[in-house]
Design a protein around this ligand. Structure first.
Ligand code: 8YV
Length: 330
């Protein structure tokens, strides 16, 4: 009897994904609401050939040293800041993520958060539900203009470009961006986006959307100094990663109305949220749901499963992050 590879699914996912994986693997999966602790994850991974992770499980040199059977970690997320990719490559462990399948959905959400923030939708809904709407007033929940305003984008990968296209083509916005590298002229034309320095981006954006990957380099890319350079009428939207924004500095800036408002889907230390952000009214807070539509989450789970099956059973993984590992596969 041939033994099937053992894999770990670190968080609860669609039952259909588990059923599909069970056709090929012995699957141990976390059916609880909560994530396993680091120690528990490490203990459970020791005898596994693969893992389906969801973007929060830290896969680093220490864990890899303890899990000598591990061959692949398939993140069900496009972001992979939970992976130490060089350490994985050194150990011959394949890393995969789920790009493309969530681009448009996440860009939709970025735009929704921008609209909700600029037009004060959450704040006004709370007011109405609290029974406080008793009269009309000329300035009641008067927010910031979206159409025709300047949209700034920090990080111009696939999702950033999706937001730029929505802003330029749907809302006639003047789009400026800053990124580690400039887009090709063709891509800039498709998004009608103009490359600027980070300083110009901060100074000119009416709405600044953060879509850059998290790394040591982007840690607190928006802190007190950057917030001070923004217009007092500006809004800030973060759909990238907590840690890119200094949440304490942001809460202070919002309290003092040094910027008008913020929309945040990600937080430093989430699911904990900085207590000061919970008390300021001019911030829209959502629990890391930018990719959360049923079809997109299914597509992400399918792609992560296909990467595991492709690598451990046969065929090819679809979206490897360290393809050099494939060349060394015995
Ligand atoms: C995920 C994300 O929902 O893809 C990403 O990088 O942040 C989200 O789409 C999250 O990582 C859980 O899978």
């Amino acid at each position: 009897m041939t033994t099937r590879p053992r894999i770990l699914v670190a968080r609860a996912v669609f039952p259909e994904t588990i059923a599909r994986l069970e056709q090929h693997f012995e699957v141990e999966h976390n059916q609880a609401d909560a994530a396993w602790s680091r120690q528990e994850l490490l203990a459970r991974l020791k005898d596994k050939a693969g893992a389906l992770t969801t973007g929060t499980e830290r896969i680093d040199a220490e864990l890899l040293a303890a899990c000598s059977e591990l061959k692949i970690c398939a993140n069900m997320a496009v972001g992979f800041n939970n992976f130490d990719v060089p350490a994985m490559t050194a150990r011959g462990v394949l890393a995969t993520n789920t790009p493309d399948v969530l681009t448009e959905t996440t860009a939709d959400f970025g735009f929704a958060l921008l609209m909700a923030t600029a037009r004060r939708i959450a704040e006004s809904e709370h007011y109405l539900r609290a029974g406080r709407w008793t009269k009309w007033s000329y300035d009641m929940f008067a927010g910031a203009e979206v159409h025709g305003s300047t949209l700034g984008i920090l990080g111009m990968g696939r999702i950033g470009q999706g937001i730029a296209r929505r802003g330029a083509h749907g809302f006639g916005m003047n789009v400026i961006y800053h990124n580690r590298s400039r887009l090709t002229p063709e891509l800039e034309a498709a998004c009608k986006a103009r490359y600027v320095t980070k300083d110009e981006l901060l100074a000119k954006a009416d709405h600044l959307v953060l879509v850059l990957p998290y790394s040591a380099e982007s840690h607190h890319a928006i802190g007190a100094a950057e917030l001070a350079r923004m217009k007092p009428t500006a809004t800030l939207v973060n759909i990238a990663r907590g840690g890119i924004v200094d949440d304490a500095a942001l809460a202070q800036a919002l309290k003092e109305k040094r910027i008008a408002a913020a929309g945040l889907d990600v937080f430093e230390g989430e699911p904990k949220v900085h207590p000061d952000l919970l008390t300021v009214p001019n911030v829209v807070l959502t629990p890391h749901i930018a990719s959360a539509t049923v079809p997109t989450r299914r597509a992400m789970a399918d792609l992560a499963a296909e990467n595991l099956i492709g690598y451990l059973v046969g065929g090819q993984p679809r979206t490897p992050l360290n393809p050099e590992v494939l060349k060394k596969k015995p």
